[in-house]
Design a protein around this ligand. Structure first.
Ligand code: ATP
Ligand code: MG
Length: 426
């Protein structure tokens, strides 16, 4: 190993034995999103650094210390996207998609943050992002939560996640609250750690987010933003909780939930789990109407969320009996000069007749014995065998590799029928 090149710390390969679980989750995610009428959008991984500074905010963890930023050869400052919301909105503004139309969009792909790698926290990680534009009323905020509730159920992990909700109010309401919060923390300066003392004047709401145990008591007694909400924000929040109650979706109100990014207003929510240590947030989002103007658009409405795929998969890892697809259904064994030729043609005929059949054909020759070994290792349920006898009679032998059905020799057309029924039952 001494001389081989390793991957970058915090950036992981997904190996073939892991991809079936990813594909299973991705298929269900696509189905659920489609069932609510969401469309996929595909976005670049690199954007101008300015986009993230202007949207995420200069005094956030991401922009202050987590971005992969570099100069392009012509001197432009570019950044590997740390999240997808900014790029998605940039694309919609650039292509004038927001003029008087509503959108329900999703994307999925790698994000990059220079964080300290640990379980559930990586430097390259995959997010599913869901964004909606053009809708002001609380029913769309609720729809995103309802959609996720369905997704957790479909994935079999509903009992592992819990919804936390809060409202951040409007920018005006937050300014008043911020003053009260700063005044409160100023009375407890001695308890604030260095990070929080710095945030006191740049981004005091983030102090509520602290994981420092010695500050918990002070944070717990801090004024609550809920008490500073105006009628409109309050009604918006109450409407969401009413819709969730209507569908029996449980939630807790967490008045300390402020989210790391600057662009939220009114609704914020997180789906949290106790199963992943301190990386307990699997999915997080909220309303961010003001970001649209901040990025140069006309006043409009936006709500969205992002889910970390690695954290999702960690929750699914030990689920029993998942119908994960395996790469091979049938393995063709062919021994003999004529058999190789006939086998080649029959393999193609099988793929034409049964496009869903995953058929691996032996390559590199070998005896029956060594080819059967490879058939077994491939994970196939059936060996499709062609020796010179079968070849000369237009027949094939099918041997069950995973049960006691044994072996049968059939005309080619019947073998196709047999495998067709096998696929239907699979
Ligand atoms: P955290 O509090 O865990 O740092 P965050 O508030 O930075 O999360 P968001 O920016 O809201 O997270 O991203 C949404 C989701 O993306 C998170 O809930 C998590 O599942 C996932 N995520 C964020 N950062 C990472 C990371 N470094 N590695 C793996 N997943 C991540
Ligand atoms: Mg973070």
């Amino acid at each position: 190993m001494a001389n081989t090149i390793q991957a970058i710390r915090g950036m992981h390969d997904v190996l073939p034995e892991q991809t079936p679980l990813w594909q299973y989750a991705e298929t269900i995610i696509r189905q659920v999103l489609a069932s609510y009428g969401y469309s996929e959008i595909r976005l670049p991984i690199v954007e101008k650094t300015e986009l993230f500074k202007r949207s995420i905010g200069e005094v956030t963890d991401i922009v202050e210390k987590e971005m992969y930023t570099f100069d392009d050869r012509n001197g432009d400052s570019l950044t590997l996207r740390p999240e997808g919301t900014a790029g998605c909105l940039r694309a919609c503004l650039e292509h004038s998609l927001l003029n008087g139309t509503v959108h329900r969009l999703w994307y999925s792909g790698p994000m990059y943050r220079h964080e300290r790698p640990q379980k559930g926290r990586y430097r390259q990680f995959i997010q599913l992002g869901v964004e909606t534009y053009g809708m002001a009323a609380p029913d769309i905020d609720a729809e995103l939560i309802i959609l996720m509730d369905r997704l957790w159920k479909r994935l079999g992990i509903r009992d592992k996640v819990h919804l936390q909700l809060n409202s951040l109010g409007t920018i005006e309401e937050r300014i008043v609250y911020r003053e009260a919060l700063v005044a409160y923390f100023q009375q407890h300066l001695d308890v604030l750690d260095e990070d929080s003392q710095r945030r006191l004047y740049t981004n005091p709401l983030r102090i509520l987010d602290t994981k420092n145990p010695t500050m918990q008591a002070v944070v717990a007694n801090a004024p609550e933003l809920m008490a500073y909400l105006g009628d409109d924000s309050r009604q918006h929040f109450d409407a969401i909780t009413r819709i969730l109650a209507e569908l029996d979706i449980p939630y807790s109100i967490n008045t300390r939930l402020v989210r790391g990014l600057d662009y939220y207003s009114k609704t914020v929510f997180e789906w949290v789990t106790t199963e992943l240590g301190s990386q307990g947030t699997v999915c997080a989002g909220g309303r961010y109407d003001s970001l649209i103007e901040q990025l140069g658009g006309k006043p409009n409405f936006a709500v969205g969320f992002a889910m970390g795929m690695e954290r999702l998969l960690a929750l699914m890892e030990n689920l029993p009996d998942l119908p994960l697809s395996k790469p091979v259904d049938a393995y063709m064994v062919r021994v003999g000069g004529e058999a190789e030729r006939v086998g080649l043609r029959f393999a193609e005929a099988l793929r034409t007749a049964l496009p869903n059949l995953r058929l691996q054909m032996n390559a590199d020759g070998g005896s029956f014995k060594s080819q059967f070994k490879k058939a077994d290792k491939s994970g196939a349920d059936y060996a499709v065998i062609i020796g010179d006898d079968e070849a000369s009679r237009g027949e094939v032998s099918l041997k069950a590799l995973r049960n006691e059905q044994g072996q049968q020799t059939l005309p080619q057309a019947q073998a196709i029928e047999f495998l067709k029924h096998y696929l239907l039952a699979r």
